[in-house]
Design a protein around this ligand. Structure first.
Ligand code: XMP
Length: 515
């Protein structure tokens, strides 16, 4: 294993939705954090050589049968441990304390009282600040060497410390925005207790990754499918920095891209970054196979299969490739670790599915990063804002936004609509505020009036959503005058369209894409 050159905090995640938030907050304080399986062995922890360990748990009780516990040896490693909620109850239980149901209702917002002004965890924390307590068990007594340093009216052991054995904790949530001083407490743990250096930043990450990529790849060649999306663009640029012309990118123009997209990709990667780029013009191939197909899943299957076919042909043309680069992110890694596998509603495609005889080792240099960190990395590597801050775009492209049959003519119409929509969002300063905006062409026609005469033309629907992770989404509340402007520009400038609708469906029940 290649070691990082920066301090690390390990987060043992006992199934809490706060663990990702805590991980991001730690990174925002310039310390690297990593979420790991709570059953991690002492030997594995030693390999990671963390400065500190955090135990974060969910809403269940440590008294439940089969409740997960860390390996007992972690308390003897001499590494400071911070337990949050369930995590602190685990510590208390392992060290001779008593954890039992509370006598009164504890859950909800409460007020902190600092009991010990010399506490290292509460240094600089405002007395009487608000904290968020989960429902459930409470600590009723603690083993020797523990000090009670903070309390709330219903929770006497709200913050505890055992500096002798390096054990610390809060009963209240730290990742919750309703705990006002969460960041301060976290920062005290990192810097006063674990003595971390704030040495995690994008420059350090880039230096580290470049060394790592060079060491892994050696003199061999790496292939990267470039889509023009943020993740593949950042992966390609980072790997190119490390190994230059040993990287070959393949860009497949499937004819389902936005207006100007192929030119932008060629300009940025081939002309500006001098990346070896194979451009596969497969528009006719895709459109001929999509002819007469209206079923969404059928479209996705055809596009996925053809993509693999074209990509494979390009890969074989390059010859001698040892690695396939992919823009896997940390959230993908965490999702595959999680037992809670959510149902896949639509078949998403990627380059998995390549034939067996094309044997590549995967190279996934972004797999420690959250999406917002990938954008910072992209900026640091010099990618233009147009790529770094672009909205997500589905692999099957405009085919799943051309509801009904996909023809060149309908795609061109949709490209014009989309270009006006996105241009107006950028000019109105709304593009960055919206998580994803998209236009669909619907499989109906409507009667209207154009140039004083009856028209019978296409209908489009606009959608804009706010989301954090695409799992749920709210529709975006536009100022009406912006919608009006977009609508009149579309009807005026795009021939064959005489009606514009705005989609006000959340996810659920809708999905973000229409197909
Ligand atoms: P849905 O429509 O399922 O979309 O709510 C959630 C997010 O995923 C994007 N999406 C895709 N991305 N390949 C992709 O890379 C796909 O096949 C695909 N289908 C949907 C969608 O744009 C949204 O951001």
């Amino acid at each position: 294993m290649i070691r990082n050159n920066y301090d690390t905090i390990l987060i043992l995640d006992f199934n809490s939705h706060y663990s990702q938030r805590i991980a991001r907050r730690i990174r925002a304080l310039n310390v690297y954090s990593k979420i790991v399986d709570p059953n991690i062995s002492v030997a594995e922890i030693k390999k990671e050589a963390p400065q500190g360990i955090i135990l974060v748990g969910g809403s269940h009780s440590i008294r439940d049968i089969g409740a997960e516990r860390p390996k007992g040896g972690i308390y003897k490693m001499g590494i400071p441990i911070f337990g949050i909620g369930y995590g602190l109850q685990l510590i208390a239980d392992a060290q001779g304390g008593e954890v039992a149901p509370s006598f009164e209702k504890t859950g909800g917002q409460s007020t902190l009282t600092i009991e010990d002004p010399h506490s290292s965890l509460l240094k600089g924390v405002n007395s009487h600040s608000k904290v968020w307590l989960p429902e459930g068990d409470l600590i009723h007594s603690l083993g020797d060497n523990f000090k009670r340093v903070g309390s709330t009216p219903a929770c006497p052991y709200a913050v505890v410390e055992n500096s002798k054995e390096g054990l610390y904790g809060t009963q209240f949530s730290i990742g919750s925005s309703q705990t006002e001083e969460g960041d301060k407490i976290l920062s005290n743990f990192l810097f006063n207790i674990c003595h971390c250096e704030a040495n995690w930043n994008m420059e350090a990450f880039i230096d580290d990754k470049i060394e790592e990529i060079k060491a892994i790849v050696g003199r061999k060649q790496v292939l990267c499918g470039l889509s023009g999306g943020v993740d593949s663009s950042v992966v390609a640029t980072l790997i190119h920095r490390a190994i230059g012309d040993q990287l070959v990118c393949v860009f497949v123009n499937n004819g389902l891209l936005r207006k100007g997209e192929p030119d932008l990709v060629l300009e940025v990667f081939r002309d500006n970054f001098n990346i070896r780029l194979q451009y596969a013009d497969a528009e006719n191939l895709f459109l001929s196979h999509l002819k007469g197909v209206s079923d969404p899943e059928e479209k996705r299957k055809i596009i996925g299969r053809l993509f693999i076919e074209v990509f494979e042909k390009e890969a074989r043309a390059v010859g001698d490739i040892a690695f396939l680069a992919q823009g896997t992110l940390y959230t993908d890694v965490l999702e595959s670790l999680s037992s809670d596998k959510s149902v896949r509603i639509k078949s998403h495609h990627n380059t998995g599915g390549l034939p067996e005889d094309l044997k590549f080792t995967l190279l996934e240099p972004l797999k420690e990063l959250f999406k917002d960190e990938v954008r910072i990395l992209g900026k640091t590597l010099g990618l233009p804002d147009e790529i770094v801050y672009r909205h997500p775009f589905p692999g099957p492209g405009l085919a799943v936004r051309c509801v009904g049959e996909v023809t060149k003519e309908r795609l061109d119409t949709l490209r014009e609509i989309d270009a006006i929509y996105i241009e107006e969002l950028r000019e109105g300063g709304l593009y960055g505020e919206i998580w994803q905006a998209l236009a669909c062409l619907l499989p109906v026609k409507s009667v209207g009036v154009r140039d004083g005469k009856r028209s019978y033309e296409e209908v489009c629907s606009l959608r804009a959503v706010l989301s954090e992770d695409a799992v749920t989404a709210d529709w975006y509340h536009f100022p009406p005058e912006i919608l009006q402007r977009i609508s009149s520009r579309i009807c005026k400038e795009v021939p064959r369209v005489n009606r514009v609708l705005y989609d006000i469906t959340g996810k659920p029940p809708g999905t973000i894409e229409w197909e």
